[in-house]
Design a protein. Structure first.
Lengths: 267, 136
């Protein structure tokens, strides 16, 4: 795979040089000046990505899916309440009375959940930045390359936090801090000091993984790790997603999700 | 017939290319009773092609009861071959739906039959129609 990529990259570089030469009929000196263009970072993970295997037809499932996400290694004082909450949510679903969640209020996933959001994801590579767009809620995450994340104490709390990254060969290595404490993945509580490390890379030209490691000195006894996998869908055009017609609401008394129903006048 | 085959072909291609929806949804569909699906015909009085969900408002022609029908969202339905102008106010449609557990006149769409006879699903998160109703 790596060899293939190097070959593709070399070919792309050669083509760029060729195009530069043809376009300007430039003398050798100008071509030399144009080398920064040829040296531009090769595209590693740029493209449209669907969750694998969730959003992929069974016929395409030729690669073993990643292992299920393990239970979070929460400290004992947090683990039991978390288990109880999860059990309550499952029970409510079973009873046909689901509890309202962030989605009920049209709130986006935030990090790290947006990396496996409801819908396809687009990765854009540009100079000094990798941008990731999740179709659901039009979530945008910007990873600044060769930058530094702020100390967590100085990081303004956000849904997607503050991400910095660098290329380690063909792997995008990122760090993220500054996730709002009410933005939770799988309802797992975390502190402002939560740190998300990711290693994002291809496993072949059409499959990508995100190896996620969460550390949190206040809530976790050990790093919480899992791998997400994606399949490439060249040519897919992302839909827009504006939560303009949210008819769901949380019952103020019970917290249960409810649906606003229209009358015979359709209003 | 040719049109139908064409649409089936598009759906097959979409399916083969993996453009099928995720197993997740904007929210839990647990408020709907999948075990007691019903089927009825009536005229569309409103069609909202919107996020986070697409909605159909219609009356059951037999009982004259008004229903709010929740569908998946624009992108899930779009990937299945639905379009924004596929359903219009005044269209007579037949639907198979899972009604709310609460007994209120709201339901989750399982399958719609359009005036031209095309049958469309509502994506993986919403699940398939009851085969007995789909055959009938």
């Amino acid at each position: 795979m790596t060899t293939l990529y190097m070959a593709r990259t070399a070919l792309a570089g050669a083509m760029l040089l060729l195009v530069a030469c043809q376009k300007d009929s430039a003398p050798a000196a100008s071509v030399a000046e144009a080398t920064p263009v040829a040296k531009a970072a090769p595209l590693h993970i740029d493209g449209k990505w669907f969750a694998y295997p969730g959003q992929v037809d069974p016929l395409e499932r030729t690669i073993d899916p990643p292992k299920p996400i393990p239970e979070p290694p929460l400290k004992p004082e947090y683990l039991d309440p978390w288990k109880e909450k999860q059990a309550k949510l499952r029970e409510a679903d079973k009873k046909g009375e689901p509890i309202a969640s962030g989605y009920t209020h049209c709130l986006p996933d935030g990090m790290p959940a947006m990396m496996m959001g409801m819908f396809p994801m687009e990765v854009l590579e540009s100079n000094g930045q990798v941008t990731i767009i999740q179709e659901a809620y039009q979530q945008i995450r910007r990873i600044y390359l060769d930058d530094k994340i702020p100390a967590w104490q100085d990081a303004e709390p956000r849904f997607w936090g503050h991400s910095a990254g660098h290329w380690d060969g063909d792997t995008l290595v990122t760090e993220t801090v500054g996730i709002k404490e009410n933005v939770m993945f799988r309802n797992v509580p975390h502190s402002a000091a939560m740190h998300i490390d990711e290693r994002i890379h291809l496993i072949d030209k059409d499959h990508m993984v995100d190896e996620v490691t969460i550390t949190d000195p206040d809530y976790l006894t050990a790093p919480w790790q899992w791998t997400w996998m994606y399949a490439r869908h060249t040519g897919y055009k992302m839909y827009e997603y504006v939560c303009e017609n949210n008819r769901e609401f949380a019952d103020p008394d019970t917290g249960k999700a409810r649906l606003k129903l229209f009358g015979p006048d359709s209003k | 017939m040719i049109k139908r085959l064409h649409i089936l072909g598009v759906l097959l291609l979409l399916s083969l290319s993996g453009l099928t929806p995720t197993a997740l949804a904007h929210h839990s569909f647990a408020m709907y009773n999948n075990e007691k699906q019903i089927k009825f015909t009536g005229k569309v009085s409103r069609f909202d092609w919107t996020n986070p969900h697409v909605y159909i408002e219609m009356n059951d022609a037999k009982s004259n009861k008004h229903w709010t029908i929740e569908c998946a969202n624009i992108s899930i339905l779009g990937r299945l071959g639905w379009t924004f102008n596929m359903v219009k106010v005044g269209d007579e449609i037949t639907v198979i739906v899972a009604p709310l557990h609460s007994g209120q006149p709201g339901a989750l769409l399982k399958q719609i039959t359009l005036p031209d006879g095309r049958k469309m699903g509502n994506g993986n998160p919403a699940g398939p129609p009851d085969p007995k109703l789909a055959e009938g």
